[in-house]
Design a protein. Sequence first.
Length: 196
Amino acid sequence: MRCFAHGGDDGRIFGVLLELGATDLVEYHAVPEVGASKEAIRRIHELRVDAHVSDRDDLDWLCRAVDSPANGITLCCGSIAEEPANDVYAILGEFSRRGRIHFVHMRNIRYLEPGKSKDFYEAPHLSREGSLDVWRMCRALFENGFDGYIRPDHGRMIWGETGRPGYGLFDRALGCTYINGIWETLEKDAVLAKEA
């Protein structure tokens, strides 16, 4: 697991791919298999097209459209959790186990009225600060063989920082430290379990 605090927005590519359909996905994804690279398609909430991936079945369709390890997902935990009916932990586990998550945007959100509304706000990465359990999301990835990249996604503006709303660098750096600490604990616990 590698965690860093920077990444690009590939929403336009993703939107185009969904509009083109599975035949064009095959054409687009045939290239990465020649080398070591993997394609990771991201479902984001700012898609510029009507079609988007929003649940487990959509992710499954996307992976089966081109059934190749080179065709994978950039999974944004908060975007999948926008729909409270989605079991983000099960989705992370299944698609990690299948080797189809290449990049994770780890973020926490807090539902304003859990069970009554889908409205939420961006929360700090610390599990107790939001509605998602970041430790449990990391564990679902770790226990199912995830070997891609994790980026702490979204952050508050803290300590006088100014910039693009929702992308505070300091808060994402704290998120990176938190996620790396969780991952180190999962690795060490696995070693201890083998020794026992």
